[in-house]
Design a protein around this ligand. Structure first.
Ligand SMILES: Cc1cc2nc3c(=O)[nH]c(=O)nc-3n(C[C@H](O)[C@H](O)[C@H](O)COP(=O)(O)O)c2cc1C
Length: 194
């Protein structure tokens, strides 16, 4: 299996309007693959404007926020490509699409890094950040998983939250749990919010 880096990907449409989404970048030699499912704004944008920016942030509220309808995170223009990056990010990569492998469900945009920059000092591993990341992924797959699997995952992830979370991780966890609870109570609209 290739290594995958979970990051915040910003893309722009033909009019220059940015879109922000958490996506996994798949390592591919010197390059990285962005694989958005059909249909998605990220897919449409990459087709219209073949550049992307990956912002590596330690603030997991951005990831949790994007999958719970909170996408309004501050951005600034990218350094060299046509797009934006997160304003508050440890580092970012600017990517240019070199070729596309089409697929009925999940086309693959093969990208090369054309620019990187660092903006802050990385502050180390935190188990609660990893737990929020896992719950964010889980929250996008609720309808595909058996309820007992969801319960078991939550029970495990809650250990890291209770032992190691700070205010940012607690806030992010709360947003995601609202989505999980909406799904459990049958509120399909709230549970689908992304
Ligand atoms: C950590 C994480 C990684 C994700 N990776 C992918 C991915 O590689 N491809 C994808 O289509 N969606 C991925 N998702 C789900 C997307 O973020 C979500 O569906 C998103 O809204 C994409 O649709 P959009 O471009 O229309 O916003 C991921 C979600 C999370 C939380």
């Amino acid at each position: 299996m290739p290594r995958i880096v979970e990051t915040i990907v910003t893309t722009t449409d033909a009019a220059g309007t940015p879109h922000i989404a958490p996506l996994g970048l798949i390592e591919d030699g010197d390059g990285w693959i962005i694989a958005p499912f059909k249909p998605s704004r990220t897919l449409d944008n990459l087709t219209a404007n073949p550049y992307a920016v990956a912002s590596h942030t330690g603030d997991v509220r951005v990831i949790a926020g994007c999958v719970t309808g909170r996408r309004n995170w501050p951005t600034v223009p990218a350094d060299i490509v046509n797009g934006v990056r997160l304003r508050d990010t440890v580092s970012h990569w600017e990517l240019a699409v070199e070729r596309v492998t089409d697929d009925a469900q999940r086309p693959r945009f093969h990208c090369k890094i054309v620019h990187t920059a660092s903006h802050a000092v990385w502050s180390g591993y935190n188990r609660a950040e990893a737990a929020v990341l896992e719950l964010a992924v889980l929250s996008t797959r609720l309808a595909m998983l058996p309820p007992e699997k969801i319960d078991a995952e939550l029970k495990y992830l809650e250990i890291a939250i209770s032992k190691t979370a700070g205010p940012r991780e607690l806030e992010a966890w709360g947003w995601l749990m609202d989505r999980v609870n909406a799904f459990r109570s049958g509120d399909a609209d709230a549970a689908r919010k992304k």
